[in-house]
Design a protein around this ligand. Structure first.
Ligand code: HEC
Length: 119
């Protein structure tokens, strides 16, 4: 009995679809750009420099040195998904899913200086 349960669990684990990571590239950056223009410009501006809303003090997303919450893929995705410090809204329930968050992350990284941008 116990072995068959373990076997079933293993089978379920193996069958679970593994989500492919959204790679950096022009298609993803383009998708991220349109998501950004629809959702993020009010505080971060069209260019990501966040000069539009001085009161909310949103991060200038074009320079990784200015980030307050980390610049790894995980950090950026978590900033977008879960929000930050009560001032950056959480988008996890607003956006369609993990792929949209990854497209936004890729678009944001495309704004970085050429030597820091993914190749
Ligand atoms: C209501 C204003 C507002 C909107 C809309 C907004 N943000 Fe932000 N965002 C902020 C603020 C303010 C911060 C700075 C948070 C802090 O001080 O830690 C921030 C921080 C961030 C960070 C982390 C930067 C860091 O300092 O580490 C990322 C990434 C980010 N925003 C992406 C986005 C994306 C993508 C969208 C659209 C889906 C978006 N933001 C929409 C206000 C906003």
């Amino acid at each position: 009995m116990r072995y068959s349960m373990i076997a079933t669990l293993l089978a379920l684990l193996i069958a679970a679809p593994v989500r492919a990571e959204v790679a950096y590239g022009p298609d993803s950056v383009e998708k991220g750009k349109s998501l950004f223009l629809n959702n993020c410009t009010q505080c971060h501006g069209n260019d990501g420099k966040s000069q539009v809303d001085v009161i909310s003090d949103a991060t200038d997303l074009t320079e990784p040195l200015l980030y307050r919450n980390g610049t790894t893929d995980k950090d950026i995705e978590s900033s977008i998904r879960d929000g930050r410090n009560g001032v950056m809204p959480a988008w996890g329930t607003v956006l369609a899913g993990a792929d949209d968050i990854a497209h936004l992350r890729n678009f944001i990284k495309s704004l970085w200086p050429a030597d820091k941008r993914p190749k």
